[in-house]
Design a protein around this ligand. Structure first.
Ligand code: ADP
Length: 212
């Protein structure tokens, strides 16, 4: 029987270093280990279209409730098409963002705390026995995150980059709360350090889970 492969989510506020860490890991293991790298929303043609809608002015202006269901539809499709097939055949999956972002942004940042029960219900329904094995929550101060986003010339700009510092602060707290709710699965990573030092910590955690 194939050993169940891990599903690992890299999450945290914009500018916290998710993409940098995914790239460093990808580079390190590319010739030695098979991992499916993906992102949410996205990862399939349909979910990438949802990402475009979500990032459009209409998507950004939609209520958090509407965003919640839009993103959940994308998440369901991503699970069916990307995560579950890979996990079932034994390939680890690493995603930039996941349901932790839905919790941090649509529920906590945008103030829909009353949707929390629904969030956990849907989470259980959709993931079933394939719930994420590990969430790495990259944590940096909102000031530092915004500075990085503003000075990163290679970054494709989104309307979310223009959110005020308070938005980053609420999201950061939302991620911390998510980690508190799942103490066995979530690890807060100090993202203020040198990327290579962070990478060593990330590699140690990921390689242990993947059995490398
Ligand atoms: P995210 O994917 O979380 O939005 P990125 O990985 O794209 O963040 O990083 C945003 C910017 O910050 C990039 O210019 C990146 O080079 C820089 N950066 C990432 N990690 C660090 C770090 N640990 N220290 C300083 N700058 C960093």
């Amino acid at each position: 029987m194939t050993k169940k492969a891990p599903l690992i989510i890299f999450d945290g506020i914009d500018g916290s270093g998710k993409s940098t860490q995914a790239t460093l890991l990808k580079e390190r293991i590319k010739d030695t280990h098979a991992v499916h790298f993906t992102r949410e929303p996205g990862g399939t043609p349909l979910s990438e279209k949802v990402r475009d809608i979500f990032s459009s002015p209409e998507g950004v202006q939609a209520s958090a409730r509407t965003q919640f269901f839009l993103l959940t539809a994308s998440h369901s499709h991503w699970l069916e098409e990307v995560a579950l097939p890979n996990l079932k055949e034994g390939t680890p999956v690493i995603s930039e963002r996941g349901d932790s972002s839905l919790f941090a942004y649509q529920l906590m940042t945008r103030g829909h705390h009353e949707m929390e029960d629904l969030f956990w219900d849907i989470r259980n329904q959709l993931f079933g026995e394939y719930r994420p094995t590990l969430y790495l929550i990259y944590d940096v101060s909102p000031v530092e995150a915004k500075r990085r986003v503003n000075t990163d010339m290679a970054r494709s700009r989104s309307l979310f980059d223009m959110e005020p510092i308070e938005f980053y602060e609420k999201a950061r707290n939302g991620f911390k709360l998510f980690a508190e709710k799942l103490p066995d699965e979530a690890v807060i990573i100090d993202g203020s350090r040198d990327p290579k030092i962070i990478h060593e910590e990330v590699y140690a955690l990921v390689s242990k889970l993947c059995g490398w």
